[in-house]
Design a protein around this ligand. Structure first.
Ligand SMILES: C[S@@+](CC[C@H](N)C(=O)[O-])C[C@H]1O[C@@H](n2cnc3c(N)ncnc32)[C@H](O)[C@@H]1O
Length: 229
């Protein structure tokens, strides 16, 4: 991959499109291992705002002491979500990601007390993490060939009763089928009494479009749920 300084949005677009063609979660993780070094600079060109938006939605509803809260950042990547949450007063982070390259960057932030290599959908989060976290986030990873929809049940399981679960997904064409399945599962879990929906935030200018048939910005959504007590 080329030096970040000389990159244009068109370069970033072709990097991301090459990932969209990858079929399996393992392919995607290999892609992120290669991308880790340039990921954050490239996301500036993409005008990626998901981490910022998710952290701000959680913070505006969280009523406890953020500095005392335990936050689980699933698919944490290089640590953008923890950085944003830290700006909102949160201090204790545990991260999980399937890419060792991304985890290495997250480790360099010094923000995480624990970082775990794990492919979500292939293995569950540790049983001992049940009911442990005040806030659980998954940002930028709920999409086809990344994290499968049923994993949201695992996110709920690791959240403390009364805690928050924050999830994001894209609303562009190639993610619409996945988004529908995700929303069906979120609603089903609410019917089962596992959690209640606090807020669904649709955002028009989520990030710049990269698909050939799309232009301008694509939409995205932040879902915020509260685990039942
Ligand atoms: C777009 S990045 C988002 C990273 C970070 N949450 C952020 O907002 O910058 C997606 C991340 O999900 C991870 N990922 C994708 N599929 C995964 C899976 N099945 N299990 C664990 N991590 C996965 C990738 O390794 C990558 O770090």
């Amino acid at each position: 991959m080329m030096a970040a300084a000389s990159k244009t949005f068109e370069d970033v677009k072709s990097v991301i499109l090459s990932a969209h063609k990858n079929a399996t979660a393992k392919d995607k993780v290999d892609f992120y291992n290669c991308w880790a070094k340039n990921y954050e600079q490239d996301l500036v060109l993409l005008e990626y705002r998901a981490a910022n938006l998710a952290a701000s939605r959680v913070s505006s509803h969280f009523s406890g002491f953020p500095e005392a809260a335990f936050v689980l950042d699933v698919a944490c990547g290089t640590g953008l979500v923890a950085k944003q949450m830290k700006e909102n007063g949160f201090e204790h982070f545990v991260g999980v990601d399937g890419s060792e390259g991304m985890l290495e960057r997250a480790r360099e932030t010094g923000l995480y007390q624990d970082l775990k290599l794990s492919i979500m959908g292939k293995e569950p989060l540790p049983a001992e993490w049940a009911n442990s976290f005040d806030v659980v986030l998954i940002v930028g990873a709920l999409s086809p060939s990344q994290v499968p929809v049923p994993v949201v049940r695992d996110l709920c399981r690791t959240t403390k009763p009364g805690g928050y679960i924050c999830m994001t997904t894209r609303g562009n064409q190639d993610n619409l089928q996945y988004k529908t399945s995700l929303e069906n599962e979120l609603t089903q879990m609410e019917k089962e009494g596992l959690w209640t929906c606090v807020e669904v935030t649709d955002v028009e200018n989520w990030e710049k479009a990269v698909a050939e048939f799309e232009d301008g910005y694509i939409p995205g959504t932040v879902y915020l749920y509260k685990k039942s007590v």
